[in-house]
Design a binder for this molecule. Structure first.
Ligand code: AMP
Length: 141
């Protein structure tokens, strides 16, 4: 399947639709997942057009992992998480629903099961509050 530039993350990257942005550098952007599987669930995307792991430039893969590591540290600190999961899906059969490569950064809390994948929209004020906590943790280093 060819990369479709009308996907929702491409629109976020172009600034055509809003997102709860938490981190940006030359090659990547990170923002809150609007249907979080746990509090602090964040997504990291490359700024280059890639549908999934199969067409992602290796240098961009490295950039996404570097940002993912920053975000993992920040969400762990911001939410006092017990652990952090880094996950990504390739192709509909694997559970991918948005066809611009993305890395899920999902804080985990002991004894708390994950909420369903991409199922229920979180409250806008809560997402903004969570985004602020992550930005503050990133700034604190
Ligand atoms: P995947 O199934 O791995 O392709 O994940 C897509 C993720 O994007 C899901 O976890 C959705 O909750 C999330 N999502 C969908 N639309 C948006 C959006 N506009 N802003 C932020 N996250 C989104």
């Amino acid at each position: 399947m060819a990369y479709d530039p009308s996907n929702i993350f491409a629109k976020i990257l172009r600034g055509e639709i809003p997102a709860y942005r938490v981190y940006e550098d030359e090659r990547t952007l990170a923002f809150m997942d609007v249907m979080p599987q746990s509090d602090g669930h964040t997504l990291v995307v490359p700024k280059s057009p890639a549908e999934n792991i199969f067409d992602l430039d290796p240098a961009m893969a490295a950039a996404v992992i570097q940002s993912g590591q920053k975000l993992a540290r920040a969400v762990k600190h911001a939410f006092n998480a017990d652990g952090v999961m880094l996950v990504q899906y390739n192709g509909p059969a694997a559970g991918q629903t948005v066809f611009h490569f993305h890395l899920h950064v999902v804080p985990r809390y002991a004894d708390q099961p994950l909420r369903s994948h991409g199922r229920s929209m979180a409250d806008a004020r809560l997402l903004e509050e969570h985004a602020q906590r992550i930005r503050a943790a990133l700034q604190a280093g």
